[in-house]
Structure formats: structure tokens, C-alpha cells
Design a protein around this ligand. Structure first.
Ligand SMILES: [Ca+2]
Ligand SMILES: [Ca+2]
Ligand SMILES: [Ca+2]
Length: 467
């Protein structure tokens, strides 16, 4: 047992070193199928991408080579706890898939965006044993936080009930699965749903298709002080871009899919983000109230090879920085390497489409166990991806329900989990792996790493290993 460091010492160092975030812009996204990072992530388990995990692709500095895992299952496990009350914190298919992502930091946010602050929508409801009701359901857009009700609480950006109210539906029973979202306090909420559905939207809009982009205009939204949706005007959802217009955008983009064929339809819009480099039009909606129609970055179920398009200019392949994020039709398949995932061959792209997308400025400093549940008598083996040159890794015992944590100001993960720590070690920077002594008693252990980048002390995402 190494007892040379503790968090109170780190706190003293951190309080002396507040500097600008060193992180440039990036894309956070999810793949619809299991995929691999282009880099191989140093041979660690961080190369394996799953539909319920979030991957990050840097837009700066150019050229970006590979995407890397930013939201491993273990960080969501650790924040959420044993939500299904089966005695294990790890859930291999927690959320089913993450089918929408939204980074909308409040201007008053004290810390940079992180796995704690970025919102998402699941395809399967999370258990409510830890969070209580209403929980995190397919129609919700939310994050996992802690408050006076305890750890592992769900904080909504937009509840499934408010989404249904905006669509002119009763708040229950819940029938909507939100499938893509983008938002801005001045512009409103732009979204797509996962199924065709009779609704009663603005001016009698009778039907929503899975390929439509709908919007809740800003005038119809009451915001919380931290820019989450507190209430919506019933039946205020209106059409932003109907499916046939989205089809026209994707035809104009002239994009190849993973086989090299041209994408001619969206079928199901899967990811949305505001294209701040695009044009914006202000048009009277069907109610007469003028609302903004920004250019939107979008992905769709037909855009295999993980291609990304924008509605800007009437429809183009999106190329936010280093290069276009798809192959033009006639020039071979969209492989996936454009957004940093490993194609099966030079002739065939990845089978995935991008299922959720958000731009962000978030530092990547993550841990992932090679196995989340380990037989007694074996060590924990945990992989690290660190922006620093040397990491201090700490471990503490976790309750069986949900691990406690405390706020800890830094530019990466905003909470410290290694309260009452029991073990520590060092690892080198970049991709690395650490191994504990064999564990012979049935315990749950939460790990967290710390490193310096220049004068800044950074704390990693937490990881839980169960014996
Ligand atoms: Ca569980
Ligand atoms: Ca969903
Ligand atoms: Ca989606």
C-alpha cells in the first residue's frame, strides 16, 4: 500500500493552479454497432467502442487521426450505481444504446463540459432503484448527477413528458423515443423521433415521421436558470425540415455509404447538431411567430461508414475542420476513417451509422477496466488514457449501491470518488495499464487517476471493478 499522496494534498495544489482549458473543439458521437478506434488505442480495451459508449474525435489540432473513447460504460456505471438492484453496479447493456447527445453548457457553468454535464438519451429505460422515479427513459434527454436526494440522480434537459406535451400528446402513456437532439437557448430545441407517430403539433400538424426534423421554438420554452427545459407550450412543436427535404439535403450532399453507393434518403434521422458555420434563416412558422431555422449537422440510418452531412448550402458533406467526414459518391466507400474508426478493409466501410452527435470542448482523461466483474483471487486490470505525462492512480472501496463523490474543481472530470482511498500506484502518460494485487474478498473498488497538464491538475473519470 502506497500512502504518499492523498486528495487533500492534491486539493491544495489544484487551488493554486487555475488556468484556461487546454482543450480545443471536438465531436462527441456514438456508433450504431460495435466498432474499433482507428489508432487501436495503444492495444488497450479503450479501442473497443460500443453503442452505449461515447467516442470523441478532435477537430483541432489538424489532422486528427483517430477517435478515442470518452464515455466508457464504467463511468456511467459508477455515476448511476446498481440501478436494476441485481447486486452488480456494472450493466453491460445499460441504456441499450445512446441514441442522442447534447452538450449545452450553461453560461454560468463553473467547470468545462464533462461526462457529468453532457446530456444523452437512451434507447432502453434505466432501472430506478437508485435514482427513483421518473428515471431515465427512451424519450428523455438527461444526465446523471447527485443532489440532496442522493447519488445516482437523473437530471433532465427535456423530459419525455414535456416532449409529448410539445407534440400535442398527453404526457402519459409514454410513446416517444427521442432519437436526435440539438438545442440553443435563443433558437429552441431541434429533434427527431425514432418512430412514425400521430401527433397534434402546431397548427394541426398531424404526423411526425422518423426522418422529420421537428422543433420546439424558443418562444414556447421556459428555461431553468441553468438552461434546461422547465416547461413547454402544449402543441408547440412545429416542422423544421420534413423528411422529404432531409432526403433532398442528403441527395445534394452526394455522399457514398459504406459500400460506395450513393445515399439518396435519410429514412431515419439519427443525429443532430447546430452548424454554427452555416447560414441561418428567420421564417414565420405556421403560427406566424418568427423563429430561426439554423443549418443543422445531421446523420441518418442510411449513412453507413459513419458519414456526417449538413443542411448548409442546400446539403453538403460536413467538413468542420480537417477534412470532409464522408466520401463523395463516385470516389469509393465512406470508410469510417474520416471520423476516426477502423474500417474492415480498404474496400468496405464500417457498418455503423453515427447514432448521436454533439460538438463539445471536453478533456479526455478516462479509465476502463479490462473486466468489470472479476473472480476472487485475481487482480483488477485497468486501462488509462491520460493527457498528462505521469498519472497517480487511487482506489477506494465502493458501497454496493452507488459510490459517493464530492465536487473537485478541475478541467476534466468534476468530482472526486476516491474518498477514504485504500491503494495507489503510478502509471506513465498516454495509454497505459495498471494492475492491483490479487483481491480475495468480495468488494467493489472505485479507481480514479490524477495528472498534471502544464500547471493544471486533472482528475480522470471514475471506474468500478467488482469482485
Ligand atoms: Ca445492477
Ligand atoms: Ca432515445
Ligand atoms: Ca439516434
Amino acid at each position: 500500500m502506497n500512502s504518499c499522496f492523498n486528495i487533500s494534498m492534491l486539493s491544495l495544489v489544484a487551488s493554486a493552479a487555475i488556468a484556461q482549458p487546454p482543450q480545443g473543439p471536438s465531436i462527441l458521437y456514438t456508433t450504431s454497432q460495435p466498432e474499433l478506434t482507428l489508432s487501436g488505442s495503444g492495444g488497450t480495451s479503450l479501442q473497443f467502442l460500443r453503442p452505449n459508449e461515447v467516442v470523441q474525435f478532435d477537430l483541432w489540432p489538424c489532422p486528427s487521426f483517430s477517435a478515442e473513447k470518452w464515455g466508457p460504460r464504467t463511468v456511467y456505471d459508477t455515476m448511476a450505481g446498481d440501478a436494476n438492484a441485481d447486486g452488480w453496479i456494472h450493466e453491460a447493456i445499460r441504456f441499450g444504446a445512446i441514441d442522442a447527445l447534447l452538450d449545452l453548457p450553461a453560461s454560468t457553468a463553473a467547470q468545462p463540459p464533462s461526462q457529468r454535464s453532457v446530456f444523452w438519451s437512451p434507447t432502453q429505460a434505466m432501472g430506478t432503484f437508485i435514482s427513483g422515479f421518473p428515471g431515465l427513459r427512451p424519450g428523455d434527454t438527461a444526465r446523471i448527477t447527485y443532489n440532496t436526494a442522493g447519488f445516482g440522480q437523473v437530471e433532465h434537459f427535456l423530459t419525455a413528458e414535456d416532449l409529448q406535451i410539445a407534440l400535442g400528446l398527453p404526457p402519459s402513456p409514454l410513446v416517444v423515443d427521442l432519437d436526435a437532439i440539438a438545442a440553443d437557448p435563443n433558437l429552441g430545441v431541434f429533434f427527431s423521433i425514432d418512430q412514425n407517430l400521430p401527433i397534434l403539433g402546431a397548427c394541426g400538424l398531424p404526423f411526425a415521421q422518423d426522418g422529420d426534423v421537428l422543433m420546439i421554438p424558443a418562444w414556447a420554452i421556459t428555461w431553468t436558470p441553468d438552461f434546461r427545459v422547465q416547461a413547454v407550450v402544449p402543441g408547440s412543436a412545429e416542422m423544421c425540415y420534413p423528411e422529404f427535404i432531409m432526403d433532398a439535403f442528403v441527395v445534394a450532399a452526394n455522399m457514398a455509404d459504406a459500400t460506395g453507393a450513393q445515399v439518396t434518403q435519410v429514412v431515419d434521422v439519427e443525429g443532430l447538431e447546430i452548424d454554427w458555420n452555416g447560414t441561418m434563416s428567420f421564417v414565420p412558422g405556421c403560427t406566424g411567430a418568427v423563429s430561426a431555422r439554423p443549418s443543422l449537422v445531421f446523420t441518418a440510418s442510411t449513412m453507413t461508414g459513419c458519414g456526417v452531412a449538413t443542411t448548409n448550402g442546400g446539403g453538403m458533406i460536413w467538413g468542420p475542420s480537417c477534412g470532409p467526414l464522408a466520401t463523395s459518391f463516385g470516389f469509393g466507400p465512406t470508410l469510417g476513417n474520416q471520423i476516426g474508426v477502423l474500417p474492415p478493409s480498404a474496400a468496405m466501410g464500417v457498418p455503423s451509422y453515427v447514432n448521436a452527435i454533439s460538438t463539445s470542448r471536453s478533456i479526455r482523461f478516462v479509465l476502463e477496466p479490462q473486466q468489470h466483474i472479476v473472480p476472487l483471487g485475481n487482480p483488477a486490470i485497468v486501462d488509462v488514457n491520460s493527457p498528462g505525462g505521469l498519472n497517480f492512480v487511487f482506489a477506494a472501496l465502493s458501497p454496493n449501491t452507488v459510490a459517493p463523490c464530492a465536487p473537485f474543481f478541475n478541467l476534466a472530470f468534476p468530482d472526486v470518488y476516491v474518498l477514504g482511498w485504500v491503494w495507489s500506484t503510478f502509471t506513465p502518460g498516454g495509454f497505459a495499464t495498471f494492475v492491483t494485487p490479487p483481491i480475495n474478498i468480495p468488494v467493489k473498488i472505485v479507481f480514479q487517476a490524477a495528472t498534471f497538464v502544464g500547471p493544471n491538475l486533472l482528475v480522470s473519470t471514475p471506474a468500478t471493478v467488482e469482485f
